[in-house]
Structure formats: structure tokens, C-alpha cells
Design a protein around this ligand. Structure first.
Ligand SMILES: NC(=O)c1ccc[n+]([C@@H]2O[C@H](COP(=O)([O-])OP(=O)(O)OC[C@H]3O[C@@H](n4cnc5c(N)ncnc54)[C@H](OP(=O)(O)O)[C@@H]3O)[C@@H](O)[C@H]2O)c1
Length: 345
């Protein structure tokens, strides 16, 4: 299919039906290892789509209890990680990226010839010098990376929609890697799948979440909110003009019809101003995005993630930083503004 002027390879539900996906994986046991955010979304969608799925999760953990609460049955469809890896012919490695490094010596011996090792992020393989994750040569190494949270993957599946995902084949040992990855992508509930490589997936993903999806957008919100507050605007006015109008009114329109349509359908005053200023914001931030991409490419970002998230008290440190954001004036005001929405009353 053509995107702009570029032709890209896609897997769609029309060409690769759910029925075909089921037939492709009819003799496979899919072991979903890890039941954090992606684990539940992918495992439940696969199960509801009629695939043979088991879950591997360490015991004596709240996450084990969550898997039981979701209907996975201990010793039938829910096992410890080692047993699930032993039973699985496809191992969906969905531990946290730091957990994947820690558990690799445990998981690797179960990757016998002909099995498939599946990731939802190119991280472990791309940064192999840092993760030490190097799969045996006689297994398929494949990737399906849903472009969103596991929670959205599940929610959209239940609404009969589908989250887009990328797919990649790193190693095709069996000659079946492409059909296996296509079937798994359709099985986990992807709307459609676009082709990538492990490296491109991780570079774009790390750039995106540090950039417009999370880091840059929070930075831009904070900058505008602070300027409005410093210039004497009330907290509610500053929040409404910075965040609320964007998320409640404009972004749903952008999602439906694009930014071009949204521009074309707002006031001529807003159009004039936005057309005059957007390129200045692009030019001001482009060097930062370039630096970010180069840090991702050089492995600095992955090293920082591994270092921080491998510490025993990583959760405590993260929680303290998240609390700072939660307690900031902007998001305290946001909570009050959300409460005032008529639908929340
Ligand atoms: N979050 C998303 O929506 C999302 C989106 C796209 C792709 N991905 C990718 O999908 C993969 C899974 O991500 P996620 O966000 O779902 O992971 P997550 O929620 O952080 O994963 C938590 C899971 O890993 C287990 N775990 C962590 N450290 C462990 C250790 N040392 N030993 C044993 N188990 C350990 C946890 O068990 P306990 O609870 O017992 O600690 C839990 O089952 C990653 O490669 C991620 O990059 C995630």
C-alpha cells in the first residue's frame, strides 16, 4: 500500500484472516511470559480469538493473582515461567525490558530448535551488547509491537476495533517466521500490521515516547502553562487554554480527520496565528529531537533505562518522580477541571 509516495508492506485482516491465522498456529502452544501490561492484553485477545495460549508468570506475586482473577487456571493455563517456556512452541517474551535481561539465562535453555521467540519491542535484540540477549541460531526471532498500551489493545479488541502494530522478522530459522509473525499479529488483535526491523522499531519507539507522545508534549504543556501563570492568568484559564481544549475538543477532531482538517475548520484568527507560529516551534524543537534520536541510536537511552530499572529500589525512585508530576500545579488543576466536566458529575 502507498503511504504518501512510499509503498510499504502491510498485513491486513482481509488478506490474512483470523481463520488463516488459526490454521497457521493450529499446532502451536503460545506461551505468554509476563503478565504486566502487554501480557494480559495479548494473552486474553489470543485466547478469545481461539488460539492455544498459556501464561508464564512468577508465583508469589500480585501479578500471579491478577492472572488467576482474569481466568487463567494454575497448572492448566497458568504456570511458572520455566514450565511455560518448556511447554511453549512460541515464547512471547513480555517481561519488562529490564526483567527480560534478568531472566534471560533462565529462559534461553528452553529455546530448542524450531521454536519462536517473540518480542513486542526491538530493545533486547538491538542493544544486545547491553542486554546480552542473543537467541540460538535455530529459533525464529520475531516481533509484533502494538502501537499503544496493552490496556488499549484489550479495550479496542472488546469494542471490535484493532490497534495498529508493527512487525518484524529478525531471524527466520524455520522458513515459517513470516507466517508465524503475521498470524500472531492478527491473533493479538492488531488492526493491521506494518513492516519494520527490530532496530527501526526501537529507535522510533524510544524517540516517540521521549518526544511527542510523552516527553515533548509534557514539556510544551508545562512551558505554556508556566508562562500564562507568570503573566497573571488564573490556574483554570491556563489549564483550559493549554490542555483541556486540546484533549477534549481538538485532538478528537485531529484523530478523525487530521491536523490539516482541524486547521481548515477553526476560526480564521486561530488559523492565521497557528500558520504563523507552528514552523517556529518546529525550528526551536528540531535540534532537540535530533539530539534525542542520536542518543537513542548511540545506545545512551537504553543504557540509562537498564541502569535505572535494574536497581532493586527502582519502583520507589520512579514513584517519587511521578509524585512530583502528580503534585505539580498544572496537574492538580487538571484534576479539578476534570471533575467539573458535566459527564463526571
Ligand atoms: N506497556 C505497554 O503497553 C507496551 C506497549 C508496547 C510494547 N511494550 C513492550 O512489551 C514488553 C512488556 O512490557 P510491559 O509494559 O507489559 O511490561 P511490564 O508491565 O513492565 O512487565 C511486568 C512483567 O514482568 C515481570 N517481571 C519483571 N521483572 C521480572 C523479574 N526480574 N523476574 C520475573 N518477572 C519479572 C512482572 O512480574 P512481577 O509483577 O511479578 O514483577 C510482570 O509479569 C516490553 O518489551 C515493552 O517494551 C509494552
Amino acid at each position: 500500500m502507498k503511504f504518501g509516495n512510499v509503498v510499504e508492506e502491510l498485513v491486513t485482516r482481509e488478506e490474512f484472516s483470523l481463520e488463516k491465522a488459526r490454521q497457521t498456529l493450529a499446532n502451536e502452544t503460545i506461551a505468554v511470559i509476563g503478565y504486566g501490561v502487554q501480557g494480559p492484553g495479548q494473552a486474553l485477545n489470543l485466547k478469545d480469538n481461539g488460539f492455544n495460549v498459556i501464561v508464564g508468570q512468577r508465583k508469589n506475586s500480585k501479578t500471579w493473582d491478577k492472572a488467576v482473577a482474569d481466568g487463567w487456571v494454575p497448572d492448566v493455563t497458568l504456570f511458572d515461567i520455566e514450565t511455560a517456556c518448556d511447554k511453549g512452541t512460541i515464547i512471547q517474551y513480555l517481561l519488562s525490558d529490564a526483567g527480560q535481561i534478568a531472566l534471560w539465562p533462565t529462559v534461553k535453555p528452553y529455546l530448542t530448535a524450531g521454536k519462536a521467540l517473540y518480542f513486542s519491542h526491538g530493545f533486547a535484540i538491538t542493544y544486545k551488547e547491553q542486554t546480552n540477549i542473543v537467541p540460538p541460531k535455530d529459533v525464529d526471532v520475531i516481533l509484533v509491537a502494538p502501537k499503544g498500551s496493552g490496556t488499549s489493545l484489550r479495550r479496542m479488541f472488546l469494542e471490535n476495533r484493532g490497534l495498529n502494530a508493527s512487525y518484524a522478522v529478525h531471524q527466520d530459522a524455520t522458513g515459517r517466521a513470516t507466517e508465524r509473525v503475521s498470524a500472531l499479529g492478527i491473533g493479538v488483535g492488531a488492526g493491521y500490521l506494518f513492516n519494520t526491523t527490530f532496530k527501526k522499531e526501537v529507535y522510533s519507539d524510544l524517540t516517540g515516547e521521549r518526544g511527542t507522545l510523552m516527553g515533548a508534549i509534557q514539556g510544551i504543556f508545562a512551558a505554556q502553562f508556566e508562562v500564562l501563570r507568570e503573566k497573571g492568568h488564573s490556574p483554570s484559564e491556563a489549564f483550559n487554554e493549554t490542555v483541556e481544549e486540546l484533549t477534549q475538543s481538538l485532538m478528537p477532531l485531529v484523530a478523525e480527520n487530521g491536523m490539516d482538517w482541524m486547521y481548515a475548520n477553526c476560526s480564521t484568527t486561530a488559523q492565521r496565528g497557528a500558520l504563523d507560529w507552528w514552523k517556529r516551534f518546529r525550528d526551536a524543537t528540531k535540534p532537540v529531537f535530533k539530539e534525542l534520536y542520536e542518543k537513542v541510536e548511540a545506545g545512551h537511552e537504553s543504557a540509562a533505562v537498564i541502569e535505572a530499572n535494574s536497581k532493586d529500589d527502582y519502583r520507589k525512585i520512579l514513584d517519587a518522580e511521578l509524585a512530583e508530576l502528580h503534585d505539580s500545579e498544572m496537574w492538580t488543576v487538571g484534576a479539578a477541571v476534570r471533575k467539573l466536566r458535566p459527564e463526571n458529575n
